[in-house]
Ligand binder design. Structure first.
Ligand code: ATP
Ligand code: MG
Length: 256
C-alpha cells in the first residue's frame, strides 16, 4: 500500500536562493515523524509546500499514492492536511469554538428556511471536543486572545481532530511553552498518531524529539540527510548530521 504522504525530489528557490535541493520524505499513517535541522535548513519551507503556502519549482507530492497539487492552504485542508504553527493562525477576537469551525460552520434553518450559523451546536461540539483532548480551557475565558500558547496549540489540534485530518504538521509547537504545556502538546501529538493520523513534528529540542517521534528525519542545507527510527538513534548522531559533520564521509545512512 502507498504511504500516506510522499514527497519526492522537491526543489524550491526564492530568486537566486536555492532552499530545497531535491527533498525526499515519506510519512506513514499513525506515526509521528520528527523533522530536525539547524536554523535555515529548510524545514519550514518544506512543510509550507505540504500546507499549500508555497508551490514547488520541481518534484512531486503524493497523498495515498496520488500526485496532488496543493495550491492554497484551503486546498490543503480540503485534502485533510492541517498545520499547527507556533504563532498560531487563530482569529484572536473569536471564541475557541468559532476558531475550530472557522470557514466550515454548521448551519441550521430558521423556520425551516433562512440559513443561520448553528451556535448552540458549535458550543456543544466544542465542549465535547475539549473534554476529549482533556484540555483545561476555562469555559469563561473562551476568547482565543486570552489563551496561553499551549491552550492555543490545543485549539489547533482540536480542529485537526474534529475535521479528521489525515496529516497534521506541527512546526515547533512547543517552542514557547512552559513544561506542563509542553507535555500536553507532546501527548496530543501521540494521541493524533494513535488515531491513525500522520504527524510531522518540527522541533529543536532533541530530548523532546526522541520522546515524541517514531522516526526522525534530519535536514541539512535543503536536503534530508538521515532518516532513523527514534529508538535506533541518539542525540549525538542527530547532531552530527544536523551540523553536516557527516557530509563528506561515505555513509549508508540515507536509507529509511
Ligand atoms: N520567502 C523567502 N524568501 C527568501 N528566502 C527565504 C524565504 N523563506 C525562507 N528563506 C530562506 O530559506 C532558508 C530556509 O528557511 P526555513 O525557514 O525553511 O528554515 P528552517 O529550517 O525552518 O529554520 P528554523 O529552524 O530557524 O525555523 C533560509 O536560508 C531562509 O533565509
Ligand atoms: Mg522554521
Amino acid at each position: 500500500m502507498a504511504a500516506l504522504l510522499e514527497v519526492e525530489g522537491l526543489v524550491k528557490s526564492f530568486g537566486p536562493v536555492d532552499v530545497l535541493h531535491g527533498v525526499d520524505l515519506t510519512l506513514q499513517a499513525g506515526e509521528v515523524l520528527a523533522l530536525v535541522g539547524d536554523n535555515g535548513a529548510g524545514k519550514s519551507t518544506l512543510i509550507k509546500h505540504i500546507a499549500g503556502v508555497y508551490r514547488p519549482d520541481g518534484g512531486e507530492i503524493r497523498l495515498d499514492g496520488e500526485p496532488v497539487r496543493i495550491g492554497t492552504p484551503g486546498q490543503a485542508r480540503d485534502l485533510g492536511i492541517e498545520t499547527v504553527f507556533q504563532d498560531l493562525a487563530l482569529a484572536d477576537e473569536l471564541s475557541v469554538g468559532a476558531n475550530i469551525f472557522l470557514g466550515r460552520e454548521p448551519v441550521r434553518r430558521l423556520f425551516g428556511l433562512i440559513p443561520v450559523i448553528d451556535k448552540a451546536r458549535i458550543r456543544s461540539e466544542t465542549d465535547a471536543l475539549l473534554a476529549r483532548i482533556e484540555s483545561r480551557i476555562p469555559r469563561k475565558a473562551r476568547t482565543v486572545s486570552r489563551l496561553s500558547g499551549g491552550q492555543r496549540q490545543a485549539v489547533s489540534i482540536a480542529r485537526a481532530l474534529y475535521w479528521q485530518a489525515k496529516v497534521v504538521i506541527m512546526d515547533e509547537p512547543t517552542a514557547a511553552l512552559a513544561v506542563m504545556e509542553r507535555e500536553h502538546v507532546i501527548a496530543l501529538a501521540r494521541r493524533l498518531a494513535s488515531e491513525g493520523v500522520g504527524v510531522i513534528y518540527i522541533g529543536h529540542n532533541l530530548l523532546e524529539i526522541l520522546e515524541v517521534a517514531d522516526r526522525v528525519a534530519v535536514m541539512y542545507r535543503g536536503k534530508i540527510v538521515l532518516v532513523r527510527n527514534a529508538k535506533e538513534t541518539s542525540q549525538q548522531e542527530l547532531i552530527k548530521f544536523m551540523t553536516g559533520f557527516e557530509e563528506t564521509a561515505p555513509s549508508d545512512s540515507f536509507a529509511a
